[in-house]
Every structure is written in structure tokens, then in C-alpha cells.
Design a protein around this ligand. Structure first.
Ligand code: F6P
Length: 366
């Protein structure tokens, strides 16, 4: 790997589940690298898979024209293909092996001096291990879940939150017309950021998040009390990672070669059935799913992604490898990848937004 002054070519990849704003980061990296520092950029395709299989393309300013408002990633992504735990078939059986050396070979084939990894906890943990093995790497925090340590916000979250809030606005009108209970299940993995923020922004009556195991009787009481007050409809937001006191997570499926094999989903139906049975009120479920990952990034996410991309190139040029760009308050900062991965950032139980929700009378299930 070259030292900071010898950097001529940057590699970039997008890993893990996509999030609105990935293209905005790619655009910023390409434009700043080329215009400001006279560097070249190689894009590796489909996350770490492209680095392992040597799938890459040159990225020029022409390639990033018009991608700022586009969701997804022009480079493709995957939440599989961990180079340290890579599936191969040996003797007719699937086994997992370390193929990380291939990454160093392919990086060298393309003459790449430093790599920018845009990803969540899984991709950034891989980046951390590659840095420990000697790769010059810089991370950019991405995920709609907003659950990354060491940054106040990941890009993609604001867009997912906006989508969930719009869904709640729409559910409100139909809930009111039919005097129904509407349950909206949102993503977020083991953190309740999307559910809490969307619930508050969308005027939910009940918000269930992983950080506060819920009691279904509390939820039912809230619906019944609203009925007594003449409020004939109710809105419940439930995070996919919410679970009852003494209960289990609802797992939809396992994806074995993924960094985190567990795919959550289905708690919305569990809550809805219990509420309908106990209150006698017609209850419907909407699982917002991957709609939260799609679409054009909000202005906030475009700006955050652009700031992250710009700073990531600066870190590369300054030779500050093994760092992730991060948002601290209103400032863009850099934190070691070792401090940014391996643990998730949950909603603090004393957060002012939770307190605000409580004081507004929103049931949090406890
Ligand atoms: O981490 C982003 C996320 O969308 C989570 O909110 C969700 O649990 C998971 O990814 C879904 O993963 P997949 O795209 O594999 O279904």
C-alpha cells in the first residue's frame, strides 16, 4: 500500500443492504478525488463480492452525472460475500474459508492505493479486519437503521424515516374512515430509531421498539382507553426487532452466508392478532419492508452523503487509514473503525425523544 503522498488511485465499494444516498457518496468521492486531488477512481462491483471476484470499472465524472437523486447504488451491493467467511464447495459440501488474500491481489491488479468502503456494521467490520491485515481503508457509515456506533447519524435513515412517516399519514386516513386499528411494522434490526422517529413524526398512539420489551396488555389498554374517549381508531408502529417481555424476536428467515444471518419480520402480525382478539376492533397490518430502502434520498441524506464522501477522500489523501467518517453534532469528524464496529447503537432509554413520546401520551408498551 502506498503512503499518503503516493496515492494515485482510490477504490470504492458499497456493501450490505442498500440505503438512499449511496450514489450521492459515490458521486462526491469521484468528483472530489478527480477535481480536487487529480486522482483516479476504480469502482468495485457488488460489495466485497466484486473485490473477491475481480469485478471492477473505472469511474469518471461522466459516470456520476445525474446520480445524486437516484436511490440504490450504481456499483451494486450484497449483504453476503464476507472475504473472511466465504462459502466454497469442497468435496460436494459447502464450507467457509478465508479468501481475503484475493482482495489484496485484485486491489494491486487495479493499481488501487486505498479503498473507501461505504457500509453498515457488517461491511465496516470487514473493512476493519482488512485494515488490520494492512489494507489502506476508510469507512463511510451507511444504513437506514441508524444503528452504527460512533456517528450521530448514518445516511439513508432520514429517507427511510420520511417514507415511514408518509405511510403513517396514509394509514391515518383509512384507519379513521374505517374505525380500525392499523399496525405498521418498520425495519431497523435490533434498534428502534426508525419506529420511534416515524411514530412521533406520524402521530402514532403506540410505538414498540426493541429497547423496551412490551406488555401487550398495555397496548390493549391504550386502544380501549382511546375508544372510551371517542377515538375510534388507533395507530401502532412496531419495529421489526420489538419483542414482548419474556418473549422472543420474530425471525422471518436465515441467510447463512450473510454477516448477520437473521432476517427479522412478522411481529406486526403477532401484535395485530392479539389486539384484534382482545379489543374486538378490526385490525390491519402493513409491513413497510424494502420500500424503506428505496427511492430518492431526501435533501438531508444527499447533503450528509456528500459531506461524508468529501471527507472520506480527504482522509485518504491525508493517509488517515482505519478511520470512518462520522457526524458529531453538526460537525463531520473521523473515528477509528475499531471504535465504530462490533456493537450497535440503540435508542438510549433516557433520550429526549423517548421522553417526549411518553409525555405526549404515546404508549411505549411498558
Ligand atoms: O440493515 C438494513 C435492513 O434493511 C434492516 O432494516 C433489515 O432488517 C435488513 O436490512 C433486511 O435485509 P435484506 O435486504 O437481506 O432483506
Amino acid at each position: 500500500m502506498a503512503g499518503p503522498s503516493k496515492i494515485k488511485r482510490i477504490g470504492i465499494l458499497t456493501g450490505g443492504g442498500d440505503a438512499p444516498g449511496l450514489n450521492a457518496v459515490i458521486r462526491a468521492v469521484v468528483k472530489v478525488a478527480i477535481r480536487e486531488y487529480g486522482l483516479s477512481v476504480t469502482g468495485f462491483l457488488n460489495g466485497f463480492g466484486g473485490l473477491i471476484k475481480n469485478q471492477a470499472r473505472e469511474l469518471t465524472e461522466k459516470d456520476v452525472i445525474g446520480i445524486l437523486p437516484r436511490g440504490g447504488t450504481i456499483l451494486g451491493t450484497t449483504n453476503r460475500d464476507n472475504p473472511f467467511h466465504y462459502p466454497v464447495v469442497k468435496g460436494g459440501e459447502k464450507v467457509f474459508v478465508d479468501v481475503s488474500d484475493r482482495i489484496f491481489e485484485n486491489i494491486s491488479i487495479h493499481g488501487v492505493d486505498a479503498l473507501i468502503v461505504i457500509g453498515g456494521d457488517g461491511s465496516l467490520s470487514i473493512a476493519k479486519e482488512l485494515h488490520a491485515k494492512g489494507l489502506a481503508v476508510v469507512g463511510v457509515p451507511k444504513t437506514i437503521d441508524n444503528d452504527l456506533l460512533a456517528t450521530d447519524q448514518t445516511f439513508g435513515f432520514d429517507t427511510a424515516l420520511t417514507t415511514a412517516t408518509e405511510a403513517l399519514d396514509k394509514l391515518h386516513t383509512t384507519a379513521e374512515s374505517h374505525h380500525r386499528v392499523m399496525v405498521l411494522e418498520v425495519m431497523g434490526r435490533y434498534a428502534g430509531w426508525i419506529a420511534l422517529a416515524a411514530g412521533v413524526a406520524g402521530g402514532a398512539d403506540v410505538i414498540l421498539i426493541p429497547e423496551i420489551p412490551y406488555r401487550i396488555d398495555k397496548v390493549i389498554d391504550t386502544i380501549n382507553q382511546r375508544e372510551v374517549q371517542g377515538k375510534k381508531f388507533s395507530i401502532i408502529v412496531v419495529a421489526e426487532g420489538a419483542k414482548p417481555v419474556d418473549g422472543e424476536l420474530v425471525v422471518q428467515k436465515r441467510v447463512e452466508d450473510s454477516f448477520d444471518p437473521i432476517r427479522l419480520g412478522g411481529i406486526g402480525h403477532v401484535v395485530a392478532q392479539q389486539v384484534e382478539e382482545a379489543t374486538g376492533k378490526e385490525t390491519r397490518v402493513t409491513i413497510l419492508g424494502h420500500l424503506q430502502r428505496g427511492g430518492s434520498p431526501t435533501a438531508y441524506d444527499r447533503i450528509l452523503a456528500t459531506r461524508y464522501g468529501t471527507e472520506a477522500v480527504r482522509l485518504v489523501v491525508e493517509g488517515r487509514f482505519g478511520y470512518m467518517v462520522s457526524l458529531r453534532g453538526t460537525r463531520i469528524d473521523a473515528v477509528p473503525l475499531t471504535e465504530a464496529t462490533g456493537q450497535i447503537r440503540s435508542v438510549p432509554l433516557d433520550s429526549d425523544l423517548l421522553l417526549s413520546a411518553r409525555q405526549l401520551g404515546i404508549c411505549l408498551g411498558d
